[in-house]
Design a protein around this ligand. Structure first.
Ligand SMILES: Cc1cc2nc3c(=O)[nH]c(=O)nc-3n(C[C@H](O)[C@H](O)[C@H](O)COP(=O)(O)OP(=O)(O)OC[C@H]3O[C@@H](n4cnc5c(N)ncnc54)[C@H](O)[C@@H]3O)c2cc1C
Length: 368
């Protein structure tokens, strides 16, 4: 029922704007409005804080169905989870009450600020600092590549509070867009997900109350990594949705397109490509849904499974979207058809929330 609801909404209210959002590199406001109106913009927020209380699998289905028509728009529910999960996992009751309510209502979005210009895969090498000053912390530094930066009201920001201790000297904070000293860089000019703003965040003597720290001092990096264990599954869902969207489009196209006097779908060479695409998508789906169930239960092997789902599904998305372009021939290579956008959008799923090389490092360290 959830899938039917979100698919109908995605097809009627989000798909019609997907090409324009990409072409104009603009935020998908129509998608945000439609998702908020149906309470599907941050479904993971627990009911006690006014949210829909969707479990990890339901959240995955929402993201998958939005990504099937518009990958940029799927970053609304996905990044709302990514940004707020540190608060849900490790925040005080006060922080949860203060920040999850507006998120659930659709009054505010939440972003996640871990990466920096010189700290990507090696996120623990971050330079952003937070220094204690009485009942306040003062933050200085630059965060890079922050999804929905400038649009979101709230940011989980990881900063060094004890430079001697490397990852154990990192703490997490909630920073608000309106805090004095917060500003944003120009939107990055990207290959894909062009509707999702990606910007730097500049923190210039940002003075925030001490109770904005998420969890204990020095636990921020652990919270950031624990968050990714759960949210990599949402990137797997995004990849899965993009791949399904490309297959669905290509499947229709090959039945219409005629060469040598018959639909190209009649050629076995084409049928085998479609069969492989569908087989890979189904394998990615099973891995992603199983990982979502593990996320919900908090299983001990979640770290491996989340990395495996993200890595596998994103590689599948890249292969399937590339094959979808191939199935449309020259037409697939143009912006008159959606598959080239899907191919460009798929690429990011192999890079963010840890590159697929990093996922393989994570898997190797946590072999079942
Ligand atoms: C569009 C977009 C949105 C993003 N959104 C967010 C966000 O909202 N919040 C956030 O915090 N970050 C975000 N990121 C950052 C993203 O997570 C990083 O770009 C990513 O983790 C890689 O870091 P890097 O770009 O510095 O690459 P690098 O770490 O410099 O990696 C370069 C290459 O080296 C490889 N590599 C690095 N170390 C190793 C190793 N040990 N072994 C093998 N290979 C290695 C990488 O896999 C990659 O191929 C976003 C990035 C993009 C592009």
């Amino acid at each position: 029922m959830l899938r039917e609801t979100i698919r109908a909404l995605a097809e009627s209210k989000i798909a019609p704007f997907a090409a324009a959002v990409d072409e104009e590199s603009r935020f998908p406001q129509e998608a945000l409005d439609a998702l908020v109106a149906s309470d599907l913009h941050a479904v993971h927020v627990p009911e006690v804080y006014g949210g829909a209380g969707a479990d990890a699998l339901a959240t995955v289905i929402v993201i998958e169905e939005v990504a099937r028509v518009c990958a940029s728009s799927s970053l609304i529910p996905a990044v709302n989870k990514l940004g707020s999960l540190p608060v849900i996992l490790s925040g005080s009751e006060e922080l949860k009450a203060k920040y999850l309510g507006p998120l659930a209502k659709g009054d505010a979005m939440f972003s996640y600020a871990l990466s920096e210009p010189d700290a990507g895969s090696d996120a623990a090498g971050m330079k952003t600092k937070a220094v204690r000053d009485g009942d306040f912390w003062v933050l200085n530094g630059v965060k890079r590549w922050i999804t929905n930066a400038g649009v979101s009201e709230y940011y989980t920001v990881m900063a060094v509070t004890d430079p001697e201790k490397r990852s154990k000297g990192i703490s997490a904070f909630v920073v608000e867009k309106s805090d004095e000293g917060v500003s944003f860089g120009a939107p990055e000019k990207k290959l894909g997900i062009k509707g999702s703003p990606t910007r730097e965040i500049y923190l210039d003597n940002v003075r925030i109350p001490a109770d904005r720290m998420i969890g204990e001092e020095g636990t921020g990096f652990a919270t950031a990594m624990k968050t990714l264990d759960h949210t990599r599954i949402t990137i797997a869902a995004q990849a899965l949705g993009i791949a399904q969207g490309a297959l669905d489009y290509a499947k229709g196209y090959v039945q219409e397109r005629k060469q040598f006097g018959k639909p190209i779908a009649d050629f076995q060479g084409i049928q085998f490509m479609l069969a492989d695409m569908a087989m890979k998508i189904e394998a990615a789906r099973q891995l992603t849904y199983a990982a979502a169930a593990k996320s919900e239960r908090g299983d001990a092997d979640l770290t491996f499974q989340g990395a495996a789902a993200k890595c596998f599904a994103s590689d599948v998305a890249m292969e399937v979207t590339t094959d979808a372009v191939q199935l449309l021939g020259g037409y697939g290579y143009t912006r008159d058809y959606p598959v080239e956008r899907m191919m460009r959008d798929a690429k990011i799923t192999q890079i963010y929330e840890g590159t697929n090389q990093v996922q393989r490092i994570v898997m190797a360290r946590n072999l079942p």
